[in-house]
Design a protein around this ligand. Structure first.
Ligand code: UDP
Length: 384
C-alpha cells in the first residue's frame, strides 16, 4: 500500500472509525486511518495513570448492548469485565439509586406511602415500564405528580443545569429520556444484556481491531493537512484526486472552516485525583444531582475491576460551553431545532462530495452510545 492510494480513507480512530476500518479491511479493502491525536481510540481511549490505575482519559465509558452482532464483533478482540452498572445520586446525606426505580421510591417514602405510590405507578404505566421524566410530569394525577416533582427536583433539574447550562424543558427530551423512571425493582443503570468494559481496556481492544494487514494508521495527522475539498466536489489527497470513499468522523463545522459559525457543543473539564486509600466511594459512579459544581464522580477500579493496584483514582466532571479554544474538546452536541438547522446547512454543503460519508457523534451531530455507533459503522462499511 506504500505508494498506492488506499481504497478507503477514514478520518478519526474512535469507535466509528475503528469499527468501519476493520469491517472494510476484512472485506479486502485497503484502508488508511488518519488520526489527529497522538493516540487511537477517540474518547474511548484509556491508559494507566502514574499509579498504574487504568483510567478513562476522556470520561467514563461503559459498554452496554442488546445487539448481538456488535457484541460478537467486539468479543473477537477482547475478554470482558462484565458488571451490572449501578449509579446512585448523592442527595444530602442519602444515596438514591438512579434511574429512579421502585427501590428508590421505598427509600424516599415511608412504607405505607411507598406501597400506595408503587401501586399507582404500576396501575398507570404497567410493571416494568420505562417512563421519561418529562412524560411523568405531564400526568395530572396528584400522586404521580408528587413523584414526578420529587424526581425532577432531586435527580434532573440541577444535574441537567450543570451538564447543559439549560433546564430539562429546554433541552431535547431524548437526552433526559436516556434515564427514564423505572417501574420495577431493577436498579441497574442500563437494562441491556451485555454490560461491562473490555478486560484490558478500550484502547487495547481498538488497537487489536486496527491491527490488520489492510489497515494503515497514521496518528498525529490532521486530515486537513492532507485532504483538500475543492469547490467542484472533488476530494484531493496530498494533491491528487481521491476517488475512493472517505469516512469523516470529526466535527463538520471544522471541516468547512466554520463558514456558517460554530456548532454548539458542551465540553467537560476532567479533574482526576488519586487517594492512597483502597476505596473512595464504594461505587463506580456517584451523580451529584443537587449540589456541587461537578456532575459526577467516577471511581475507576469499580468500573474496570482492577485489583492489582494500591490506592484509587477518581475523576470529577465539570461541564462548560465549548468555544473551540486550544485544548478544549467537544463532547456533546446540543441538539435542538436551531442547532440541528445549522448542522443541516453544513451537511447540505458537503452533499456535493459524493464519496464523503459522515459518521459519528461529531460528524452527525448526534448523541450515540458506543454500541449504536459500532452498529452504524458496521452498516456503513457494508453499504460501501
Ligand atoms: N441526568 C440527570 N441526572 C442524573 C442522570 C442523568 O439529570 O442523575 C440527565 C442529564 O441531563 C444527562 C442526561 O440525563 O445529561 C443523560 O444522562 P447520561 O447518564 O445518559 O449521560 P452521559 O453518561 O452520556 O453523559
Amino acid at each position: 500500500m506504500e505508494n498506492k492510494q488506499p481504497e478507503v480513507m477514514i478520518i478519526g480512530s474512535g469507535i466509528a472509525g475503528t469499527v468501519a476500518a476493520r469491517r472494510l479491511a476484512e472485506k479486502g479493502k485497503s484502508v488508511l486511518v488518519l488520526e489527529r491525536r497522538n493516540h487511537i481510540g477517540g474518547n474511548c481511549y484509556d491508559e494507566k495513570d502514574e499509579h498504574g490505575i487504568l483510567i478513562h482519559v476522556y470520561g467514563p465509558h461503559i459498554f452496554h448492548t442488546n445487539d448481538e452482532g456488535v457484541f460478537e464483533l467486539f468479543e473477537r478482540f477482547t475478554d470482558w469485565h462484565f458488571f451490572p452498572h449501578r449509579v446512585v445520586a448523592q442527595v444530602g446525606d442519602k444515596q438514591l439509586p438512579v434511574p429512579f426505580n421502585l427501590n428508590t421510591l421505598h427509600q424516599v417514602y415511608d412504607k405505607e406511602k411507598a406501597d400506595e405510590l408503587e401501586k399507582k405507578l404500576i396501575d398507570t404505566y404497567g410493571e416494568g415500564s420505562r417512563v421519561p421524566i418529562m412524560k411523568l410530569r405531564e400526568n395530572s394525577d396528584p400522586q404521580i405528580r408528587e413523584i414526578a416533582e420529587f424526581v425532577y427536583q432531586n435527580v434532573f433539574l440541577r444535574y441537567t443545569m450543570k451538564q447543559w447550562g439549560q433546564t430539562p424543558e429546554e433541552i431535547s427530551p431524548e437526552v433526559t429520556g436516556r434515564v427514564p423512571v423505572l417501574v420495577s425493582y431493577d436498579d441497574r443503570y442500563f437494562q441491556d444484556k451485555y454490560q461491562g468494559v473490555p478486560k484490558e481496556g478500550f484502547t487495547v481492544m481498538l488497537e487489536r481491531m486496527l491491527s490488520h494487514e489492510n489497515i494503515t494508521v497514521r496518528t498525529g495527522v490532521d486530515a486537513k493537512e492532507v485532504l483538500t475539498f475543492t469547490e467542484d466536489g472533488k476530494i484531493l489527497f496530498e494533491g491528487t484526486t481521491f476517488e475512493g470513499d472517505v469516512i469523516y468522523t470529526g466535527a463538520l463545522d471544522e471541516l468547512l472552516d466554520l463558514k456558517y459559525g460554530r456548532l454548539p457543543y458542551r465540553s467537560l473539564d476532567f479533574k482526576f485525583a488519586y487517594y492512597p486509600q483502597d476505596d473512595f466511594q464504594g461505587h463506580a459512579v456517584v451523580n451529584y444531582t443537587v449540589s456541587e459544581d461537578f456532575t459526577r464522580i467516577t471511581e475507576f477500579k469499580h468500573l474496570t475491576g482492577q485489583e492489582d493496584v494500591k490506592g484509587t483514582t477518581i475523576v470529577r466532571e465539570y461541564p462548560f460551553a465549548y468555544e473551540g479554544k486550544e485544548g478544549q474538546i467537544p463532547y456533546y452536541a446540543i441538539m435542538n431545532e436551531e442547532n440541528n438547522g445549522l448542522y443541516r446547512k453544513y451537511a447540505d454543503d458537503v452533499a456535493k462530495y459524493k464519496n464523503l460519508h459522515l459518521l459519528g457523534r461529531l460528524a452527525e451531530y448526534k448523541y450515540y452510545n458506543v454500541d449504536v455507533m459500532a452498529r452504524r459503522a458496521m452498516d456503513l462499511a457494508d453499504e460501501l
